[in-house]
Design a protein around this ligand. Structure first.
Ligand code: BES
Ligand code: MN
Ligand code: MN
Length: 466
C-alpha cells in the first residue's frame, strides 16, 4: 500500500470537514419529526459514495428509511468486500447534558485525545466509523490501489431494529453476494491496544404494562387497600434476579453456550483495570452475575436490564396518587445459541405467571436479534489482524463485545458470509450518551488501516485459489 500516510496528511482537513457536514444532519430514526433529515442524510451518503469512486450508486426504497447501495466492480473473478454501516443516529436526549449542541459538531482536545475529538451525535456510532470506509475507498481509487470489488450497503434504521433491512437482504441475495462483510460499528480496547470484535450479543427488547384499578386513585383514600401497579411492578422486576444476580426466569440459561476454562483464561489476558473502570463511571463497586469477571459479565453472559420505568406522577412537586398503570422497558442481552424469539416467549410466560391477584399484566415484544461469534482461523480474520499489525505495530486482540448488531447474524444466515468487525471507537466515546465523540486519531487510523485489509484479504484469497 503506497502513500496512505501521505494521502492522509494531505487530505485530513477535508476528511474532517466532510464528516462534520454529515454530522450536522439530525438523522434520528426513532423520531418521525426528523424524517426529512434522515432522508437528506441518505442523499448525502449517496453523493459521498459517488464522489469516492463508486460506479453504481442507488437509493433503495423500503417500507421505512432507504438503504444506500453502491458498488465498484473491477472484475467478477476478484473477491468482493461488502461494507455495512448505518447513517441513522440515536436521539440526543437528554439534550441539557450536552456541553455543545449535538448537531453542531465541535472539535475539543482532551487528555485522551490531544489531537482533538469531534463531539456530535453519531460521531462514533456510526457516521464517523462508516465514513472511514468511504474515505478509505476514495484513497484506494485515487491512488489506483483498489485490489478487489467493493459493495456498500448503508442503512437508516439500525438504531430502531433494522426491520426493513432484513427484507432487503432476503430479497437481494444475488446483488449482495460477497466474500466477506466488513463493518466498523464497534470499539477497540484502547488507542495502544488494538482489538477486533469477534462476537456480539443478541437482544430481546420488551415492554411490560401492569394495570391495577380502572383509574388513578387518591393514595390516601385507597392506599393500602388496592394493588398499586408501581409497587407491584417494582417487586416483579426485583424478583427477576436472585442473590447471585442470576436471572430467575425458568429456562433462561438452558441454551447458553458456556466457554471452556481455556477460553476464559485466554479472555482474562486482555488488559483491564477494574480501578480505572470504576473511576471512569464514578462507582465504588461493580455488580453482576456471581462467578464471572466484569469482562465476562459484559460479553459472554446474558443479562436483563430495565431501560426505563414509569407510572403515576413524575412531574415537579408532589401529587398523591395510586396510578392505574405502570410500565417498564426491558432489554435482555443474549449470547450465542440463545434464540431471541424463544427468550421473548419464556419471558412473557414467566412475567404473566408471577403477576399477583389484583393486577393485569401485558407483555409487548419490541424487537430483537441473534448473537454472533466469528472464528479467528480464517482468511478474513487473518487479513484484518495483519492490517492492524501494519498500522498499529501490534497484533490485535480478539474480543467479544456486549453490544448488539442483530443484522450480522442475519447476514450469515441469508448471505452465508462471515463478518469482520473492525471497530475503532473507545468505551469513553459515550455512544448513545450525551457528549458522544470520536477521536480524530481514531478516525484517521481507521482510514489508514482499512485499505490494508483489502490488500491482505485479496492477496490471501487469491493465494488460496492458486
Ligand atoms: N454500534 C452499536 C452496537 C455496538 C456498539 C456494538 C459498540 C458493539 C460495541 C449499534 O448501533 C447499537 O446501538 N445497537 C443496539 C441494538 C439495536 C437493535 C438498537 C444496541 O446494542 O443496543
Ligand atoms: Mn451503531
Ligand atoms: Mn447505536
Amino acid at each position: 500500500m503506497q502513500n496512505v500516510e501521505e494521502y492522509l496528511k494531505k487530505n485530513q482537513d477535508r476528511f474532517l470537514k466532510e464528516l462534520i457536514e454529515l454530522l450536522k444532519i439530525p438523522s434520528i430514526s426513532a423520531d418521525s419529526a426528523f424524517s426529512q433529515d434522515v432522508l437528506d442524510t441518505a442523499e448525502a451518503v449517496k453523493n459521498a459514495l459517488q464522489k469516492a469512486g463508486c460506479d453504481k450508486v442507488e437509493i433503495c426504497e423500503t417500507d421505512g428509511y432507504p438503504i444506500v447501495y453502491a458498488e465498484k466492480i473491477l472484475d467478477p473473478k476478484l473477491p468482493t468486500v461488502l461494507v455495512y454501516g448505518h447513517y441513522d443516529v440515536q436521539p440526543p436526549d437528554p439534550v441539557d447534558l450536552w456541553n455543545s449542541p449535538p448537531f453542531q459538531p465541535e472539535i475539543k482536545k482532551t487528555d485522551l485525545h490531544p489531537e482533538g475529538a469531534i463531539y456530535a451525535r453519531g460521531a462514533c456510532d456510526d457516521k464517523g466509523q462508516m465514513y472511514m470506509h468511504v474515505k478509505a475507498l476514495e484513497f484506494m481509487v485515487n491512488t489506483h490501489q483498489l485490489p478487489c470489488n467493493v459493495k456498500f450497503m448503508i442503512e437508516g434504521e439500525e438504531e430502531v431494529g433494522s426491520r426493513n433491512l432484513s427484507v432487503f437482504v432476503a430479497n437481494n441475495k444475488e446483488k449482495l453476494t460477497n466474500d466477506v462483510i466488513l463493518i466498523s460499528d464497534t470499539g477497540m480496547i484502547a488507542k495502544d491496544v488494538p482489538s477486533i470484535t469477534t462476537g456480539l450479543r443478541g437482544l430481546s427488547y420488551v415492554e411490560v404494562e401492569v394495570t391495577g384499578p380502572n383509574r388513578d386513585l387518591h393514595s390516601g383514600l385507597y392506599g393500602g387497600a388496592v394493588a398499586n401497579p408501581n409497587n407491584i411492578l417494582a417487586k416483579m422486576i426485583a424478583s427477576l434476579h436472585d442473590e447471585d444476580n442470576r436471572i430467575t426466569i425458568p429456562g433462561f440459561y438452558d441454551k447458553v453456550q458456556e466457554l471452556s476454562e481455556e477460553e476464559r483464561a485466554q479472555m482474562a489476558k486482555a488488559p483491564f483495570s477494574l480501578e480505572k473502570y470504576k473511576n471512569a463511571l464514578s462507582i465504588n463497586d461493580v455488580r453482576g452475575e456471581a462467578g464471572f469477571s466484569t469482562n465476562e459479565r459484559n460479553s459472554i453472559r446474558p443479562t436483563l436490564d430495565v431501560n426505563g420505568m414509569w407510572g403515576g406522577y413524575t412531574g415537579e412537586g408532589a401529587k398523591t396518587v395510586i396510578p392505574s398503570k405502570a410500565y417498564a422497558k426491558i432489554s435482555m442481552r443474549l449470547v450465542p445459541n440463545q434464540d431471541w424469539q424463544e427468550i421473548t416467549e419464556i419471558f412473557k410466560r414467566h412475567f404473566e405467571a408471577i403477576a399477583p391477584e389484583g393486577v393485569k399484566v401485558k407483555v409487548k415484544p419490541h424487537h430483537g436479534g441473534q448473537g454472533y461469534v466469528t472464528p479467528i482461523d480464517n482468511t478474513a480474520y487473518q487479513a484484518a489482524s495483519k492490517a492492524y499489525e501494519t498500522t498499529f505495530g501490534k497484533v490485535p486482540i480478539p474480543q467479544r463485545s456486549g453490544g448488539s448488531i442483530p443484522i450480522v447474524s442475519l447476514f450469515e444466515k441469508e448471505l452465508k458470509s462471515k463478518t469482520i468487525l473492525m471497530g475503532f471507537g473507545l468505551d469513553s466515546d459515550a455512544i448513545h450518551s450525551p457528549n458522544e465523540h470520536f477521536g480524530i486519531w481514531n478516525y484517521l487510523k481507521g482510514i489508514e488501516t482499512i485499505p490494508y485489509f483489502y490488500k491482505y484479504f485479496t492477496e490471501m484469497s487469491m493465494d488460496l485459489e492458486n
